[in-house]
Design a protein around this ligand. Structure first.
Ligand code: HEM
Length: 458
């Protein structure tokens, strides 16, 4: 890989570990802003906070050991679950042990509806609506992309769960409420870690979560009541599978509250992350006109001018590499959190019972010992035989082991379809303003709105 590559923005790490107070201030809004130089390359780090000690595992063998969790001693940490609780409660994302196994068994059939071929028409319909919406926007000014990507990703998963499309007002409500949720939960998390009072942050986060639930709660209620009252007609969607699910041992159905938790999980996990990835992809493209032209040629070659079909995506290697490289540089889930349920030795550290173990795709995917020019944007690295090892072992935007993302294929397919559709229709340009800065809260997002010029492609 040659030099002269584009290096997109990232917070330049501090030279050395900052004081506890400084880390508190910088971590207030974004976890990745507390990192220092060695955070990227050390094998195992230890950070002491007033309420908790936590360990950062970068050693890839330790990463596998913790995430594969063959001995079942590294469940998801309660701290992360507390951050997510107002949104998703105790669901398939947050549960642990036997409870998780039972929930997975009940939820698995619902994921048949995310089968890639089966879901393609819903994706296509949502993407057609996106293009129609862009056509109504004033393109004599740069357009804010994050709400557009949130809407299309939310619309796709909404159609898959409920068989209806998501209207603009609901999409806006979800976008703003989730933004408020993230803004309040991150300081809330910092205050918890430092053992300080919460000053209403959690309350405000709860109100934001309630606004999100308010969008689909009435649909779930109506269908739940109809189905259990014997008057509902079966639909071919995720909600229907959840209504029909039975506990593997007790044969009990999900309660309304439990369905709301699973639906909230699938809806949020299914769009927030994907929207973040697509926003970053579009930004990266806007800085690389040559790549846009190369991708437009690839898409034209695959489709021969026809609408993009399911079969075309397989041949779009450049678009796939763009999506993968975006997830390497800007992993929407930038840290995974596990708990040591017994005293455990990991490399030279003896972790006490209850210790938090953080595994960070952000750090592992930007570690110069794993990747060449790790901060550079180079989608072609995914075709480079010298980087095969890194792609296999040091690439985990979807996690690893038994808790790996259930929607990885779905996300890649919608990402490719949306990116290919936009590249085919527009040339993107980044305006002459400061570059977007990533901040990491629950997901990794640009700190300020990313606005791009959308020039129609001839
Ligand atoms: C670019 C998009 C996405 C990214 C980066 C992503 C990332 C992740 C990661 C890192 C995990 C594991 C978390 C951990 O181990 O602590 C996860 C789990 C999960 N994801 Fe995704 N995800 C994406 C899209 C999706 C989609 C589209 C769906 C649904 C259609 C989905 C549903 C889930 C579920 C249900 C889990 C929990 C699985 C379990 O623990 O049994 N995700 N995701």
């Amino acid at each position: 890989m040659s030099d002269g590559l584009f290096t997109p923005p990232y917070p330049v790490p501090h030279k050395s570990k900052a004081s506890l107070f400084k880390r508190f201030l910088t971590g207030w809004n974004s976890w990745i802003h507390t990192l220092f130089d060695r955070s990227y390359t050390m094998q195992m780090g230890e950070i002491r906070l007033p309420r908790l000690d936590f360990y950062i595992a970068n050693d890839l063998n330790v990463v596998d050991q913790v995430l594969d969790d063959r001995e079942k001693v590294f469940p998801k940490h309660e701290f992360l679950n507390e951050l997510l609780d107002p949104l998703i409660g105790n669901s398939v994302f947050s549960a642990n042990g036997k409870d998780w196994e039972d929930q997975r068994a009940m939820v698995n059939p619902a994921f048949a509806h995310t089968n890639l071929k089966r879901v393609f028409p819903a994706m296509q319909a949502a993407v057609d609506d996106l293009l129609a919406h862009i056509a109504t926007l004033d393109r004599s000014n740069p357009i804010e992309v994050d709400p557009l990507m949130t809407h299309v990703a939310a619309d796709i998963i909404y159609r898959t769960i409920f068989s209806v499309k998501l209207d603009q007002a609901s999409a806006d409500q979800i976008y703003h409420a989730f933004h408020r949720y993230q803004k309040n939960i991150q300081p809330g998390a910092m205050l918890t870690l430092y053992g300080l009072p919460l000053f209403g942050y959690r309350k405000r986060a709860r109100r934001a979560a309630a606004d999100i639930h308010g969008v689909f709660g009435p649909i779930v209620r109506a269908r739940y009541d109809a189905w259990h009252g014997g008057g509902g007609t079966a639909q071919a969607d995720i909600l229907q599978s959840l209504l029909e699910a039975r506990h593997p041992e007790t044969d009990e159905a999900f309660t309304y509250e439990k369905i709301m938790e699973q639906v909230s999980t699938i809806f949020l996990a299914g769009h927030e992350t994907a929207a973040s990835a697509m926003t970053w992809s579009l930004y990266l493209l806007s800085e690389c006109p040559h790549l846009q032209d190369a991708l437009a040629a690839e898409i034209a070659n695959e489709t021969e001018g026809a609408p993009i079909a399911f079969e075309h995506l397989r041949g779009m290697n450049g678009v796939r590499n763009l999506f993968r490289e975006t997830l390497r540089l800007y992993p929407p889930v930038s840290f995974l959190v596990r708990e040591a349920t017994a005293p455990t030795r990991l490399r030279d550290k003896l972790l006490p019972k209850g210790a938090m173990i953080v595994i960070s795709p952000w750090l592992i995917q930007r570690n110069r010992n794993n990747w060449k020019c790790p901060h550079a944007f180079a989608p072609e690295r995914f075709d480079d035989p010298e980087e095969v090892q890194a792609c296999r072992h040091a690439y985990l935007p979807f996690g690893k082991g038994p808790r790996i993302c259930i929607g990885a294929g779905f996300a890649q397919q919608e990402g490719m379809l949306i990116l290919a559709t936009i590249v085919r229709a527009f040339r993107l340009r980044y305006p002459d303003i400061a570059r977007p800065e990533p901040v990491s809260r629950l997901t990794l997002r640009p700190m300020k709105a990313v606005r791009l010029w959308f020039d129609a492609r001839a």
